[in-house]
Ligand binder design. Structure first.
Ligand code: ADP
Ligand code: MG
Length: 239
């Protein structure tokens, strides 16, 4: 029994904030004529959701990803990350938010070719203030999560594409982000390697991670629990 119950009051449960909340968010690029790459987008993603955002080339996917990842700012509208308003945040605050709460996975892996798999994952926590021995333990744990414990000493250049992308996923989750943002994560992979990465996303989702996967591929989109379509900068929920 809690103190509140002793005094006859029901405990007040604070609802967890949405991981991502966009309200009337627009991104326009200047030009003649200007391009409105995102048009008054509203989107709410709760903790633990696995959402895909699907749309053809030029529909605004990268623009949306850059905004969600705090790599770009909207022209108007609001973006709350984990309940924190990002519009008024300074670059330093945004950078701290990005480092602590967002994990990125890109189409092109972006691993350092001359560093071991373990080093690649450890580098993601270089400026975290966490002691090196613990960073190493966390990196080994992340590599175990992506089933690459037998590859920690290898260079990325000798790995298959699917293994490289799994290293990139380990690097993305090593700092325990609130959300994993993936941009065409299977775009450089064949069917077998894609299947491995998508199976891994299912496992991370089952573990409670929030995932947002941006893709033009219906087969990739179909694996998510919730699907959103982007077309000419407008978001539509799919059934
Ligand atoms: P996708 O990733 O779905 O292919 P983008 O988000 O890259 O689409 O682009 C959406 C639209 O915004 C396109 O019409 C594109 O030409 C335009 N766009 C993207 N970035 C810029 C920019 N920096 N300057 C001007 N127009 C841009
Ligand atoms: Mg793109």
């Amino acid at each position: 029994m809690t103190v509140l119950e002793v005094f006859g009051e029901a405990p007040v449960e604070e609802p967890a904030p949405a991981v991502i909340e966009l309200a009337a968010l627009t991104r326009a690029f200047p030009g003649d004529p200007p391009v409105e790459a995102l048009h008054a987008a509203d989107l709410r993603i709760e903790r633990g959701e696995y959402v895909s955002i699907i749309g053809p080339s030029g529909s605004g996917k990268s623009t949306l990803l850059h905004i969600l990842g705090l790599l770009d700012r909207p022209t108007s509208g609001e973006y709350l990350l984990d309940g924190v308003p990002t519009g008024t945040a300074s670059e330093r605050e945004r950078s701290a938010l990005r480092g602590g709460r967002i994990g990125f996975v890109f189409q092109a892996f972006h691993l350092l070719p001359h560093r071991s798999v373990l080093d690649n994952v450890m580098l993601a926590t270089l400026y975290s203030g966490v002691p090196r021995a613990e960073r190493r333990d966390r990196a080994l744990e992340a590599l175990d999560r992506v089933h690459l414990s037998h590859r920690t000493g290898f260079l990325p250049t000798v790995l298959s594409g699917g293994e490289r992308q799994r290293v990139a996923v380990a690097r993305a989750v090593v700092a325990s982000p609130r959300v994993l943002l993936a941009d065409e994560p299977t775009g450089n992979l064949d069917t077998t390697n894609s299947a491995g990465v998508l199976d891994l996303f299912d496992e991370l989702h089952a573990d409670g991670l929030t995932l947002v996967v941006i893709t033009h591929d219906p087969a990739v989109s179909a694996r998510a629990q919730r699907r959103v379509r982007i077309s000419d900068g407008t978001l539509t929920e799919l059934a």
